[in-house]
Design a protein around this ligand. Sequence first.
Ligand SMILES: Cc1cc2nc3c(=O)[nH]c(=O)nc-3n(C[C@H](O)[C@H](O)[C@H](O)COP(=O)(O)O)c2cc1C
Length: 361
Amino acid sequence: MKRRMNLIGTAVIMLLMIPAISSAASLKGLLVYESIYGSTPEVAYWLRAIIGDDQQQLDVKKLDQVIAVKPYDYVIIGSYSKNEKPSPRIYKFVETYQNELAQKKVAYFLLQGDWDETMVLKVPGGTPHLIGGRNYLVEIQEKFPGVKPVVIGGFGGRQVMPALQGFDSFQIWLLEKLAKEGAAWSGLDIWESLVPERVEVFGNEVRQKILNLPARTDLAKYRGYWNSLQPASLTDSSKLKYKPRPYTEHKSTDRILFTRSRIRGTLETAEKLLQQWAKENGLTLKEQRRTFFNIYYHAVKNYGGKELTIHIVPATMSDDPGNVHISFRSYDKPAERKGLEEDVAKAEKILWADGRKVEGR
Ligand SMILES: Cc1cc2nc3c(=O)[nH]c(=O)nc-3n(C[C@H](O)[C@H](O)[C@H](O)COP(=O)(O)O)c2cc1C
């Protein structure tokens, strides 16, 4: 009798679950994208495959083809990055449909040259500021706060230099020359920078957070969308394969002190250790910006009668779970920044202690 009751109970639970399963499976999605040079739609169709065309309807449309968002339950918005943000027409799209989008589940993704969310850029006459990856999605979220994405992604991307139209080609060339950064800003590492794991994590997050589906474990099967399109420039044999940019770097030149590494832990781990370091060494940590994935600090101290600033960014990355990446930068002249360099070395020592440093790459 008891066993029969149990069976009936199980059957009732299963019956109750059917609407939940079928509603996830019947959700109708729109993936709308903007592209100039064609790398964003490649990723759009790759994402569509990961998200699962067998389980629900997901229309992939170029921005110009979208006449309404009403029929859709969720909307994924993808764009190339230009001038450190999504395209102006993507802003216009979100503005036009903001009231409807506010009622739906939304995700944003970007392609871009620079995926590094610990990256601070300084060009002559400009203020050093955060760039790269999901940093480019901060402004659009501030501008349209009613539209709250449940998933965001910044994937890196592709730039085939000979294909760029006149002014674009000039702008990219000039930026590379002017960037005070002095870090790897030429060659394949920036022009062929897509991080496939980020696309895959994003696709799985959409499955889990929007569709209530389990994450896929058979992601390798979809890599063809990316692998088959390598290398970007078939005419240049030196561009045989994309080589991931290093996570660990140290550079001390006339233009910049730049050092970058990663440790095991969370953003909070890095935050606590940096606060301890600042306190012990007489620096003032001034928080400039905070997101769920990174924090941008100015660490300020008087060295030899002059107040100098260290730019510090700890960031978590979706392609490297369980670790925090931390960059330090100073744009002061080598003679002035001697004490500052010593302080940065002390910070890294504290961060790396107790086996936290992650070696390799
Ligand atoms: C004129 C121009 C400006 C760009 N500006 C940025 C930028 O500010 N930051 C960045 O990370 N990438 C930038 N990029 C790189 C593109 O976002 C990247 O190559 C992307 O993959 C292009 O997508 P698409 O092929 O779909 O057009 C720029 C590219 C061009 C041509």
